[in-house]
Design a protein around this ligand. Structure first.
Ligand SMILES: Cc1ncc(COP(=O)(O)O)c(C=O)c1O
Length: 463
């Protein structure tokens, strides 16, 4: 007998990444007992080489000192405003200075006139996903979420928390979600009685699909979203972790149609994940109960005010410091910040793609992999039906070859696996963002990791 009856609650399935994390120490020991080196191609974390906080902390302190100096306090006993603000309860919108700085710099980078009062601070992009989901789940009626197959595991996990929400997933080709399938899924959800508020996607550096949507595809999807009157929730952690040259970068949805888009920015990849800085931005209006028109940001603010309520003002002011250069001048662009990170990711991407090509380019009928325009991942596919990338296969890669990768099948929503029980079962997600080493050791470790993977897949494919 338990203490509490909660017959309507269901236990959410454990994600494959969590399962992997749990089984990894044992598999690792097994691999190491055989004298194997552990090769990291699994973790989706920012690289330690570009997330050393010490330089940032110095800059943050200097920026705070500068702000205090600017305040020009005469009384040496008086507590400076920025200190008081950083350690007090703040508004749900967080410090205005941070939003104003971010709206100016980010808006200029993407050609959008951003209203700082429509920027809702969130606890990373994760908090943005949560906020937009809970807003539309509030009425308690069946909600249909349209997303890609495969899609980001954090979105599936969040959608799974709502027992009256169901995912309707859209298959993708090499340009992005397939337009006809997109429209069909919106209509199918509606026919089954679901309210469809939005389509959730990661158009730049898709996690886990390992590519960026083409410009033409974005335009088609946007046309459909407009015709069908649904929002596009654009999760954008990798817009700056971008490998395309300036003229070739596709446009984020919020730059094409801010009134149709909910844009989720995060400081996790351009800055640091720990401080949990993010913003939800939208210029959309909604027609709500009684035919009233309200701005979605207003609705989101109300939702946030009973959820997070008080943002972390110090983390936000720290992010504001990042938006100012070493002379405390507001940056004209965030691209120079990105460039510091890109030096490592660009090099890692080149290592992984060039070794895959060198070692496996002769077997186009056996293997293929995506070329990421942005982000941290490439998806590797086995084209012959004899290899199933299930848990047993992935565990074998660790225990017999020391290689850590993530299988793709779990990133396919349940409906995609019903349509195709083999979905993702020939794919692995390779990440090139993380290793424990830095500099030359990083280059060497990643090179060895990709070479080990190539050897393993050839052996497993009897080549
Ligand atoms: C697509 C996507 N969304 C959201 C997140 C989580 O971001 P945050 O740290 O801002 O919560 C990640 C992180 O890996 C991601 O890849």
């Amino acid at each position: 007998m338990t203490q509490i009856d909660a017959p309507d609650l269901v236990l959410q399935p454990v994600s494959v990444t969590r399962k992997m994390a749990a089984s990894l120490p044992g598999l690792r020991d097994l691999a190491q007992s055989k004298g194997l080196k552990i090769h990291h191609l699994g973790a989706g974390y920012p690289h330690p080489e570009v997330t050393d906080p010490r330089g940032f902390l110095e800059h943050q302190q200097a920026y705070f000192d500068h702000v205090i100096e600017e305040e020009g306090l005469n009384d040496p006993e008086a507590v400076p405003e920025i200190l008081r603000e950083s350690f007090s309860y703040t508004d749900t919108l967080g410090p205005k200075t941070t939003r104003a700085a971010f709206a100016a710099v980010y808006g200029s980078d993407w050609g959008v006139e951003m209203d700082p009062d429509r920027l809702i601070p969130t606890v990373g992009a994760t908090g943005g996903i949560n906020l937009i989901c809970s807003l539309f789940e509030r009425p308690g009626k069946p909600v249909g979420y349209i997303t890609d197959a495969p899609t980001y595991a954090g979105f599936t996990a969040r959608a799974g928390l709502c027992q009256h929400a169901r995912i309707f997933s859209v298959d993708m080709d090499e340009e992005g979600a397939v337009p006809d399938r997109f429209r069909e899924q919106i209509r199918s959800a509606r026919e089954q009685g679901f309210f469809v508020p939005f389509y959730y996607t990661v158009p730049d550096g898709h996690n886990p699909a390992g590519f960026s949507f083409s410009q033409a595809r974005r335009e088609k999807l946007l046309d459909i979203a407009r015709e069908e009157r649904i929002l596009i929730v654009e999760d954008a952690p990798y817009v700056y972790i971008n490998f395309a040259s300036e003229g070739d970068r596709p446009s984020p949805f919020f730059a094409m149609a801010p009134e149709q888009t909910v844009h989720l920015f995060t400081g996790s990849k351009i800055g640091f994940p720990g401080p949990r800085v993010g913003f939800l931005y939208t210029a959309a209006d909604l027609t709500i109960a009684g035919g009233e028109t309200v701005s979605l940001s207003e609705m989101a603010l109300t939702e946030a005010s009973s959820d997070v309520l008080f943002q972390n003002p110090q983390a936000l002011r720290g992010f504001e410091a990042l938006l100012h250069d070493e002379n405390f001048k507001l940056r004209e662009s965030m691209w120079p910040l990105a460039e510091a990170k890109l030096s490592v990711y660009r090099e890692n991407r080149e290592i992984i793609l060039s070794i895959l090509e060198r070692e496996l380019g002769a077997y186009p009928e056996h293997f293929e992999w995506t070329t990421p325009g942005a982000g941290f991942f490439s998806v590797f596919s086995f084209l012959k039906p004899d290899t199933a990338t299930d848990d047993a296969f992935v565990e074998k890669l660790v225990s017999e070859y020391g290689i850590v990768v993530i299988p793709m099948y779990d990133f396919y929503p349940a409906d995609a696996r019903e349509r195709n029980p083999g979905a993702g079962l020939n794919q692995l997600r390779l990440s090139f963002c993380f290793s424990e080493s830095t500099g030359d050791a990083r280059r060497r470790d990643l090179t060895e990791a990709v070479e080990a993977l190539c050897t393993a897949v050839k052996k497993e494919s009897n080549l």
